[in-house]
Design a protein around this ligand. Structure first.
Ligand code: HEC
Length: 201
């Protein structure tokens, strides 16, 4: 549900930004008539998109365990850009309209920088392969067979699922414990990756 919400939010943000981009370009290029036409035509769509954008955004914020500074900057920028845009387009003030668009774009890119702000990050399915390549391939190799510094060949492991999870969480001999570096969900994901993609290959 939260993942779907994140996707809807991204979609709304993209649509919202697109409408604003077109309006800003029209305003900047003095195409006033066209701008009025476009505003009329997209009025309802814009209302729906703005509402969806804010509603999904608010929902996602309630899902984040902890609000970080990126998210606060992002929220401030979004809420600053709205009155700027309203005034900018009403008064046909190019500077205000451009500034407003700029704020939207900056907050958009912040969303990708900030960790927690990708509200769905914890929610979005974790990728076992990515974790393996990042943290485990160093000793075990991409195919699990490298065996560096005594690492066991994972393609022939006889361990049951719980055993694999246990070793990843608590480590063994030269292999470090990962229970602090990875969430339980990530450990599950990487264990499943070993079992389905490396074992027996
Ligand atoms: C510093 C090198 C190193 C890294 C990095 C490393 N391992 Fe290991 N791994 C080992 C060693 C060494 C062993 C053998 C431990 C023993 O049995 O003495 C091992 C054993 C294992 C086993 C048990 C296999 C068996 O059949 O007994 C699993 C499962 C495993 N590693 C998974 C992982 C995963 C998943 C990661 C990444 C999150 C990882 N390892 C990262 C060195 C490493």
């Amino acid at each position: 549900m939260a993942t779907g919400m994140l996707h809807s939010h991204t979609l709304f943000v993209v649509l919202f930004t697109l409408i604003y981009l077109i309006k800003t370009i029209l305003l900047l290029s003095d195409k006033e008539e066209l701008l009025e036409k476009f505003k009329k035509k997209t009025k309802v769509a814009e209302m729906i998109v703005s509402f969806g954008f804010l509603a999904t955004g608010v929902f996602l914020i309630t899902q984040v365990p902890e609000i970080n500074k990126f998210m606060i900057i992002k929220l401030v920028l979004v809420f600053l850009s709205i009155p700027l845009a309203v005034v900018g387009f009403k008064k046909k003030n190019k500077i205000l309209a451009t500034l407003s668009f700029f704020f939207i774009v900056v907050s958009f890119s912040l969303a990708y920088k900030s960790k927690g702000a990708k509200a769905g990050e914890k929610i979005v399915a974790v990728n076992g392969k990515e974790i393996f390549t990042d943290k485990c391939a160093l000793c075990h190799g991409d195919n699990g067979k490298l065996g560096l510094s005594g690492a066991k060949d994972l393609s022939v492991t006889q361990l049951p699922h719980a055993g694999i999870v246990e070793i990843i969480a608590n480590g063994k001999n030269t292999m470090a414990a990962y229970k602090d570096a990875l969430t339980a969900e990530q450990i599950e994901a990487v264990a499943s990756y070993i079992e389905t993609d490396l074992k027996g290959k």
